[in-house]
Design a protein. Structure first.
Length: 551
């Protein structure tokens, strides 16, 4: 059961208060900025300036600040984690307010490239000769201590080779944040040999994964300490940025820095969190402020709004504004309701993720249906006599995974796909999620506001699928006994509800995402809607809009 404070509902704590296994353990990490000093002393001034402006140069700039790491801040955050199933974000509870640290916060803090990996990239480079020269096994990436052993001899090496050694050191220290005896993955290490390939690689995504994975897999049995990997400093700086007062008292903020990671000196002053939180709540009635800049999206909205001198925003900017504007700033009651275009964009994003070489979803036997195809399906049903159905060719193509163009999977329903996910617009003003089990011939309905539509009405709203799917299967499945029996529908009642109506579209999309990932809905609530909307806006912009623009 989720923990609560008043009407607020959150996932349960990962550890009971006072019983966390890390409570009395020391924290260690391997992102030692002091190790960068010896790199500077040995690669040469010409290479050092180039390293500083490289794709990972922000690590050098952080070292130059004489920044002080605060284990106390990070330790407190980890002690108060919430139990969330997501492997790519961490939630913590400060007093009664949830904080989320995800790839997007990490990217905004560090300024590192956190774009998705290019799954279509075909790249390789011959590394064997240089590896032999460095005395590193050619089938493995180098260790930091192997690189440091080269320092006495590389001063006479060509600039290109000194640069590659320097980049490898920065990867080990600041991106992977691993011990000096741990190896950089070979496929990442080889990129130092190709300047273009190195610069375009999403090192921020790599660093974030290293950090979060080390937190998610921590074990404490028989240990007096625990060790984090990755750029742990980003997590500490994010806490300064997110908690008003904390940064002002302990962070020693720097004005005018290019990214938040370079905006704080930190402090050795001990932090008493209980006293701090009590004082902040007494003075300001809250402890947290939301830190979400997402500069790419906000810059796009700003530039798009400025295009039209008449004062009317271009629709593309309005698309994101409707998603991310806070509820209290909606000019009308329905302003922030999600439209077909929002649902279509998110479903396209889910589909593209399912087609990645390493899909995040729990099964390869799922498919996401295009919102526009679903809409045409409903319209076709309404135009029919609702007893016999002339199925257009597009239905056969969809069955074979060949339609619509942007949703092609090459997978045939039943043979390769058991489950379909789709967004369904009902009652003229409400979104619900449908999970269609093709094998059991059941349509599962997930409705965040069940009082909006009666069970009888919902049954009618699902008829385009309960009645037309059997006809499609009769047509497409060889050897299937022709029958007119409808699919049954089951409406799930014990799911999180949209208690303050207006976010049914967001709930619908999160139901689908959680089901596809194999997660339950624990923690899904009105309280996290603002953060989820912002997250959706960024994900759509970076994984759908930007990719389409490049194409």
């Amino acid at each position: 059961m989720a923990s609560s404070s008043g009407n607020r509902k959150y996932p349960p704590r990962l550890y009971e208060i006072g019983k966390t296994p890390i409570q009395n353990r020391n924290m260690n990490h391997s992102c030692f900025l002091s190790n960068i000093q010896t790199v500077e002393e040995n690669v040469g001034a010409d290479v050092w300036s180039e390293l500083r402006e490289s794709a990972v140069g922000v690590i050098i700039k952080l070292k130059e600040l004489d920044y002080t790491w605060s284990a106390k801040c990070v330790h407190y955050f980890l002690v108060n984690q919430l139990a969330v199933a997501s492997s790519y974000e961490i939630w913590s509870l400060l007093v009664d307010q949830p904080m989320r640290f995800s790839l997007y916060e990490f990217g905004d803090i560090t300024g590192l490239n956190c774009d998705p990996f290019d799954t279509h990239e075909q790249w390789d480079v011959g590394h064997e000769d240089f590896w032999v020269e460095m005395k590193v096994p050619i089938s493995k990436g180098p260790k930091l201590n192997e690189l440091q052993a080269l320092f006495p001899i590389i001063r006479n090496w060509p600039r290109e080779k000194r640069l590659m050694v320097g980049l490898l050191c920065l990867l080990s220290i600041g991106i992977f944040g691993i011990s000096s005896n741990s190896r950089i993955p070979l496929h990442c290490a080889k990129r130092v040999m190709d300047a273009t390939a190195f610069q375009r690689y999403p090192w921020g995504r790599v660093g974030f994964t290293s950090l979060v994975d080390s937190i998610k897999v921590l074990t404490y049995v028989g240990k007096k300490s625990y060790t984090l990997r990755g750029c742990v400093h980003a997590l500490a700086i994010w806490i300064y940025e997110s908690v008003p007062g904390l940064g002002e008292i302990y962070g020693q903020q720097i004005d005018g820095a290019e990214v938040p990671l370079l905006s704080w000196h930190g402090s050795r002053q001990r932090i008493n969190f209980l006293n701090f939180c009590a004082q902040e709540k007494q003075q300001h009635q809250k402890v947290l402020r939301i830190f979400i800049q997402f500069p790419k999206v906000l810059d796009f909205i700003k530039s798009d709004l400025e295009k039209d001198e008449s004062g009317f925003a271009d629709r593309s900017a309005e698309f994101y504004v409707k998603l991310i504007i806070p509820r209290e700033a909606w000019p009308t009651k329905r302003y922030g309701w999600l439209h077909d275009s929002h649902m279509a964009a998110e479903m396209l994003m889910f589909h593209r993720r399912s087609m990645q070489s390493k899909s995040p979803y729990s099964s390869p036997r799922i498919a996401f249906l295009d919102r526009w195809f679903v809409q045409s399906w409903v319209n076709d049903y309404k135009k029919s006599d609702q007893t016999t159905y002339e199925l257009a060719d597009r239905y056969s193509m969809a069955f074979n995974g060949e339609y619509p163009e942007q949703f092609v999977t090459g997978k045939k329903w039943l043979a390769d796909v058991d489950t379909l996910f789709l967004c369904h617009h009902v009652n003229g003003d409400h979104w619900v999620a449908l999970r269609i089990d093709l094998v059991k011939e059941v349509i599962h309905v997930y409705d965040s506001i069940p009082s909006m539509v009666t069970d009888k009405k919902m049954h009618e709203e699902c008829r385009p699928f309960t009645k037309m799917l059997p006809a499609l299967l009769n047509k497409m499945v060889d050897g299937r006994t022709k029958r007119d029996k409808q699919f049954t529908n089951r409406r799930h009642k014990k799911i999180p509800k949209n208690e303050d109506p207006g976010d049914c579209g967001v709930y619908t999309l999160k139901y689908i995402e959680c089901l596809a990932l194999g997660y339950n809905f624990e923690g899904l609530s009105n309280q996290i809607m603002p953060a989820l909307r912002l997250k959706m806006g960024v994900e759509i912009y970076e994984e759908v809009a930007m990719e389409d623009k490049e194409v």
